[in-house]
Design a protein around this ligand. Structure first.
Ligand SMILES: Cc1cc2nc3c(=O)[nH]c(=O)nc-3n(C[C@H](O)[C@H](O)[C@H](O)COP(=O)(O)O)c2cc1C
Length: 303
């Protein structure tokens, strides 16, 4: 069984949770970090852009997330040499993005529990690594298949599950609903991580005091605030200017200038969220000519 560093883990966020951000969150106490989702077909065809997604920067433990709907291609991906440096292989069964769902991948699998089971059990049977699953509570707004799906994952051999308390139809609107996550945690023995809108230590305490989930997965709550992990875990708060500089250092160690310029400005805007002149600083960051200039705008806003 995997040794989580803590029970507060980083949820995958495509476009954000690259190895630099994961390393920062891991330093700050995240119990596990997860890559952005990687296409199993992309691995099969050796697509170039999977290389960037599979970079690691010393974050530990770290999981790689796969999406796909072909049990053979998914199973093959779990044995791919490039994935063997990860501690866990996570399967995405919750992505609501239309082009993914249209292909029968991500949250589309919530509508085909038999196929979902086949994918998980096939991956479990060939993988040397623990297999985990991340899913939503249902596909349609009024549907709640959470408990059945959680039981299926356990029976198929998943080592743990992360449940986002929304349906596919909810997309990201409304509040995450935790009751069915809590019920699921009572029905399975494997660790369950609750996910959705967890942004403060109070959110964490509410979940831990009212259920027997193992822990929580924090996604958007970590953007601009990676020290949410240390805050929840009771460690001293680190000033944001220090976090920005550390984040930049990890980016420089791992990515080229073009990548950093494109990617880091999105993060900087989160870091300055809530400051007095956030709107004008955001514009300044996005119109900056160099990343150093954008960083200066962010650091000044935090003064
Ligand atoms: C920009 C963005 C990208 C995401 N990318 C992924 C992904 O690659 N894989 C995945 O399982 N979930 C993905 N999610 C969903 C999050 O992991 C998480 O389940 C959701 O945002 C709810 O949790 P939060 O309120 O803590 O963010 C993404 C969400 C957002 C907003």
């Amino acid at each position: 069984m995997l040794n989580f560093k803590s029970n507060v883990i980083l949820a995958p966020l495509a476009g954000f949770t690259d190895c630099a951000f994961r390393r920062l969150c891991s330093d700050l106490g995240a119990g596990l970090t997860v890559t952005e989702m990687v296409s199993a077909k992309g691995l099969h065809y050796n697509n170039e852009n999977t290389e960037t997604l599979l970079k690691t920067a010393g974050e530990s433990p770290c999981s790689v997330q796969l999406f796909g709907n072909d049990p053979d291609i998914m199973a093959e991906a779990t044995t791919n040499e490039k994935l063997q440096k990860f501690d866990v292989i996570d399967i995405n069964m919750g992505c609501p993005v239309p082009k993914i769902v249209k292909n029968g991948e991500g949250s589309a699998l919530l509508n085909d529990i038999k196929l979902a089971e086949k994918i998980i059990s096939k991956c479990v049977s060939v993988s040397k690594k623990p297999i985990s699953v991340k899913f939503r509570i249902g596909f349609n707004q009024n549907q709640d298949i959470c408990v059945d799906f959680a039981r299926m994952c356990e029976n198929a051999g998943a080592s743990f599950i992360t449940i986002h308390g929304r349906t596919k139809e909810d997309y990201y609107s409304g509040n995450a609903r935790f009751d069915s996550i809590f019920k699921s945690a009572e029905q399975v023995k494997i660790p369950v991580f609750a996910n959705g809108d967890i942004k403060t230590i109070d959110d964490y305490n509410y979940i831990m005091n009212n259920s027997n989930v193992y822990g929580v997965a924090v996604g958007r709550g970590a953007l601009g605030n990676p020290s949410i992990f240390s805050q929840i875990l009771g460690a001293p708060i680190i000033p944001k200017d220090k976090l920005i500089l550390k984040h930049y250092e990890y980016l420089k160690e791992n990515f080229n200038e073009h990548y950093i310029f494109t990617n880091f400005r999105k993060h900087l805007v989160y870091y300055i969220d809530g400051t007095k002149n956030a709107r004008s600083t955001r514009n300044a960051i996005f119109t900056a000519q160099t990343i150093e200039q954008a960083i200066d705008f962010a650091l000044n806003a935090l003064k």
